[in-house]
Design a protein around this ligand. Structure first.
Ligand code: ACO
Length: 322
C-alpha cells in the first residue's frame, strides 16, 4: 500500500509587496535583501483574509487538479503556525468550508517543517488503512506575526497556501512505484531561543511576534537538512543522481544553494520560488510543487525530494515518486 499523489494546488493572496516597498518603510534595500536571501517580493493577505481562506482556495485547486469530489476526502492534515484561532484547528475550518462533515481534520504545528510533518502524518494514516483519501495542506499568514519594525525578520516572510491530494492505493510499493517512498522527521527543543514567537495563550495571552537569531539558524540549517536527506537516500537506495527534482523549503536561496551543493544535487534540479514568495513557512513546499507541476517540470513518475527545517528546531525530508 502506498500514498499516491492525485493532484496539487496553491493559492497566493493578491497583494504583492516588493523589496522597494519595504525599503520605503524601513531602513533596508532591494540589494541587501536579494543578496542575503534571494527574495524579491512576497504576497501579503488582505485584512479579513485568514489562513483558512488561503487553505480552502488551495484545497479547492488541488481537488480540481486531482479531479476528485471533496466528499471523497476523509482526512485533512494542515500544517500551520498561524491558525485563524487558538482553537479549533484551522483544518476543521477548511473541512467546513469544503462542506465535509465526515472523517477527521486536524492541524500539525512544526513551523517551517509543517508541510513535511503533515505529509508524513497523512502518509502513515493512509498506509495503516485508517483513512483512504487525504488533503495535506500547508497554509500561513506570517505577515500577522511579524514585527514590521524589525528589519532583520520582516523582510523574509510571506503569506500563502498549498495542498496535495493523497490516496491509499494497493500496490507492491517498490521504489519504481508511485507515491510517498519515505519520510524522516526530527526535532530538538534546545534551539528554541534561536527562532520563536514571543507570545501564546498559556504564556503571555498575546499572539506575539516572530523573533530570530538569523545567523544561528543559518549555521545549523545546512547540516540538519543534509543529514535528514542522507537518511532518505539510505532508506530508498536513491541518490542525488537518481532524483529528478529537489523541492526544498524556501527560506533563503543561500541555504538552498549550500544544501544542494553539499549533497551534489545539480542546480537545474532545484525548484526555487523564494524570489517571488519569500519564506511562507509550512506553505512553501506545496506552493513550489504546484509551480513546478504547472510549468511542466514535475511529471508523473518523477522522483521528488522534499526537505524543510524551522522553528523548534524541527526538520525533515520526504521522497516521493510523483
Ligand atoms: N536590511 C539591511 N540591513 C540589514 C537587514 C535588512 N533587512 N537586516 C539586518 N541588516 C543588517 C544588520 O543590522 C547587520 O548590520 P551590522 O553589521 O551593522 O550590525 C548586517 O545587516 C548583517 O546582519 P546579519 O544578521 O549578520 O546578516 P546575515 O548575513 O546573517 O543575513 C539573514 C541575515 C538573511 C537573516 C541570514 O542570517 C539568514 O538567512 N538566516 C537564516 C534565517 C532564515 O532563513 N530563517 C527563516 C526561518 S527558519 C527556516 O525557515 C529555515
Amino acid at each position: 500500500i502506498r500514498s499516491v499523489v492525485l493532484g496539487c494546488g496553491s493559492y497566493l493572496p493578491q497583494r504583492v509587496v516588493t523589496n522597494a516597498e519595504l525599503a520605503s518603510r524601513i531602513e533596508t534595500s532591494d540589494e541587501w535583501i536579494v543578496q542575503r536571501t534571494g527574495i524579491r517580493e512576497r504576497h501579503v493577505a488582505a485584512d479579513g483574509e485568514f489562513t483558512s481562506h488561503l487553505a480552502i482556495n488551495a484545497a479547492r485547486a488541488a481537488l480540481a487538479a486531482a479531479d476528485v469530489d471533496p466528499q471523497s476526502i476523509d482526512l485533512i492534515v494542515l500544517g500551520t503556525s498561524t491558525p485563524d484561532n487558538t482553537f479549533p484547528a484551522t483544518a476543521v475550518a477548511v473541512q467546513n468550508g469544503l462542506g465535509i462533515t465526515h472523517g477527521a481534520a486536524f492541524d500539525v504545528q512544526a513551523v517551517c517543517s509543517g508541510f513535511v510533518f503533515a505529509l508524513a502524518t497523512a502518509d502513515n494514516f493512509l498506509r495503516s488503512r485508517a483513512f483512504k483519501r487525504a488533503l495535506v495542506i500547508g497554509a500561513e499568514t506570517f505577515s500577522r506575526i511579524l514585527d514590521w519594525n524589525d528589519r532583520t525578520t520582516c523582510v523574509l516572510f510571506g503569506d500563502g497556501a498549498g495542498a496535495l491530494v493523497l490516496e491509499a492505493q494497493e500496490q507492491p510499493g517498490t521504489v519504481a512505484d508511485r507515491g510517498v517512498l519515505t519520510t524522516h522527521l526530527r526535532s530538538d527543543g534546545r534551539h528554541k531561543a534561536k527562532l520563536y514567537v514571543d507570545g501564546g495563550p498559556s504564556s503571555t495571552q498575546t499572539v506575539g511576534h516572530l523573533r530570530m537569531e538569523g545567523r544561528e539558524v543559518f549555521k545549523h540549517a545546512v547540516g540538519m537538512i543534509t543529514d535528514v536527506i542522507v537518511d532518505a537516500f539510505e532508506a530508498t537506495g536513491l541518490s542525488a543522481e537518481t532524483i529528478d527534482w529537489f523541492v526544498p523549503h524556501q527560506a533563503n536561496k543561500r541555504i538552498i544553494d549550500a544544501s544542494a551543493h553539499k549533497l551534489h544535487i545539480a542546480p537545474d534540479k532545484v525548484v526555487l520560488t523564494v524570489d517571488r514568495h519569500g519564506n511562507t513557512s509550512a506553505a512553501s513546499i506545496p506552493l513550489a510543487l504546484d509551480v513546478a507541476v504547472k510549468d511542466g517540470r514535475i511529471r508523473k513518475g518523477d522522483v521528488v525530494l522534499l526537505e524543510a527545517m524551522g522553528g523548534g528546531f524541527t526538520w525533515g525530508s520526504a521522497l516521493l515518486r510523483w
